[in-house]
Design a protein around this ligand. Structure first.
Ligand code: ZN
Length: 139
């Protein structure tokens, strides 16, 4: 399962469709081919059936993020522009008067409506990604 990786890649700004249980390999390859997607999988045989693909070897989330960003460099300007839940785009909004989150750069997903704002959680995510070195050129 690469659900956590999918969420982190969305945080990094990649457009990620996440499919799991109940979809067969032929269908996955077809979806990727029809949409020019990069296939991300832990299944070696599946990764050999389609290119471009990224074979994820680790089960640890930090290592998985590094494995992907070694091949596909994230753009720092794309950070926090996608909904981690549904892959929608985040649009700047103004909440009701008096809502403390108005001072914290609030955004709403244009698909599912989830509201995001900046805070210690976003600072922690940035520090974590910097520690992993995802924006380093020499990875
Ligand atoms: Zn959403």
């Amino acid at each position: 399962m690469l659900g956590r990786l999918a969420r982190y890649l969305r945080i990094l700004g990649f457009s990620v469709i996440y499919e799991h249980d109940g979809i067969d390999d032929n269908r996955i390859v077809e979806i990727c081919r029809n949409n020019n997607y990069v296939l991300i999988t832990r299944d070696r045989l599946l990764s050999q059936r389609y290119h471009p693909s990224v074979l994820i070897g680790s089960t640890e989330i930090g290592d998985q993020i590094v494995e992907f960003t070694r091949k596909y460099k994230p753009d720092r300007k794309s950070l926090f522009l996608r909904c981690t839940v549904c892959n929608g785009k985040l649009i700047p909004i103004k909440l009701e008067d008096g809502d403390y989150r108005n001072r914290m750069n609030p955004h709403r997903c244009n698909v599912c409506g989830k509201i995001y704002w900046s805070g210690t959680h976003t600072t922690n995510i940035i520090e974590y990604l910097e520690k992993l070195g995802v924006w380093n050129e020499d990875l």
